[in-house]
Each structure stands twice: as C-alpha cells, then as structure tokens.
Design a protein around this ligand. Structure first.
Ligand code: HEC
Length: 112
C-alpha cells in the first residue's frame, strides 16, 4: 500500500514538469560520416571538442559555434592551422590536410 502512495506521488511530481524540450545531442556520440575523417577527428579534435573542461566550442553546439562561424571560414581555417588561444596549431593533427581541417570544422560547427 505504502508503495502505491509513493508511486502516485512520484507520478504527480513527474507530470508537474510538463513537456520537456528534447535533450541536446551528446557531443561524444557524434562523428563525421566519412570514415577517414572520423579517424582523424577521433585522434585529435575530439579530445578537446567534446570536453566542456577544455574551453573549446563543443561539437554540434550551435550556440557556441554561431559567433565563431560569423568570422568566416578562412579565419577559422587560419585559427586551426596557426592555433588560436588555447586551440593548438593544427589541433595536433599532423596527418590532416587543409581540406581535412575545413571538413572537420564544418562537421564540428554542424555545417556539414
Ligand atoms: C588540445 C585541445 C584541442 C584540440 C586537440 C583541438 N582543439 Fe580546436 N579549440 C580548442 C580550444 C580550447 C578552442 C577555443 C579557443 C578560444 O577561442 O579560446 C578551440 C577552437 C577551435 C575553433 C574555433 C576557432 C575560432 O576562431 O573561433 C576551430 C575551428 C577548431 N578549434 C577546430 C579544431 C579542429 C579541426 C581540430 C582537430 C584537427 C581541433 N580544433 C583540435 C582546443 C582544441
């Protein structure tokens, strides 16, 4: 009997919240569709760009990427290749070409 009352109470509490917005995509679960790019991403960018502690704009976080994207793609590409504040030059990806950096940036900013 006690359990039923508790269940009913829990039900009331859950219902009181109303419809919830869908949870944001978990950045760790995202990866580029292209297998080679996904490998490059796993080996470098991902270490920081899914980690809120790193101070990097998180993968797929539209709000974090909007002001950065506004700078223009060539500025972003410069910042990836030359480094920018806590963003290390080339994102520590020695195997990445400029095209890769562009594709990886598009992927992380949700523009691919
Ligand atoms: C060691 C951690 C680290 C790695 C690895 C890393 N990043 Fe970053 N990245 C950062 C941080 C921190 C910032 C935010 C810099 C700031 O604005 O203070 C950043 C910012 C950026 C930006 C935005 C620059 C701007 O002008 O706003 C781009 C684009 C970017 N990273 C791309 C990449 C790509 C592509 C890779 C993989 C090839 C990568 N990053 C790997 C830490 C990292």
């Amino acid at each position: 009997m006690k359990h039923l009352v508790l269940l009913a109470l829990a039900g009331l509490i859950l219902c009181a919240c109303g419809p919830k917005p869908p949870p944001p995509a978990n950045p760790s679960s995202l990866a580029p569709a292209d297998v080679r790019l996904a490998g490059l991403y796993e080996g470098s960018c991902k270490a920081c760009h899914v980690n809120p502690q790193a101070g990097a704009p998180l993968v797929g976080d539209a709000k974090a990427w909007a002001p950065r994207w506004k700078q223009g793609e060539s500025v972003l590409l410069d910042h990836v290749i030359q480094g920018y504040k806590a963003m290390p030059a080339t994102g520590q990806c020695a195997a990445c070409t400029p095209d890769d950096f562009q594709a990886l940036t598009r992927f992380m900013a949700g523009k691919s």
